[in-house]
Write a protein that binds this ligand. Sequence first.
Ligand code: CA2
Length: 155
Amino acid sequence: MARSLSRILVLNGPNLNLLGRREPEIYGTADLATIEATLQNIGFDLGALIESRQSNHEGRLVDWLQEAREDFDGVLLNAAALTHTSVALRDAIVASETPCVEVHLSNVHAREPFRHTSLISGVCVGVVLGFGPNSYALGLRGLIDYLRSPERTED
Ligand code: CA2
């Protein structure tokens, strides 16, 4: 039987629209459009529809996570600084009832102590960090594998 396309929502949080323009020593030289284009290509190869969005506003990210419940099978999320502060995003991930993978460009555990805590990891199915733009690619592959794992699809 033909497998239907997995619908994946990629969400990026505050300041990630600046990627490639500032702090290349931490975040690399690729801009967000380049990362999103790579994810589109991976999605095409793996039979997934990818929709990418970015916002600097917590409430907008919450709205989009709520939308995911109806419109997407999985979420790939770089919540940026909100990772370390936002109970609202954590609650929205739970409410979405949609598997979410957390990604970060940098290895947050090798940085300032306030970045060592994530309020969202505990409600995500997995976390990928420290590999620059490749964190997104690895996270997307992991999310698609997870969505298609026999344990999830058999019943
Ligand atoms: O490493 C990551 O992906 C982060 O999520 C990036 C966040 C940071 O607050 C997290 O602790 C780790 C920061 C995103 C801001 O991105 C910028 C990009 C270029 C210039 C300035 C900020």
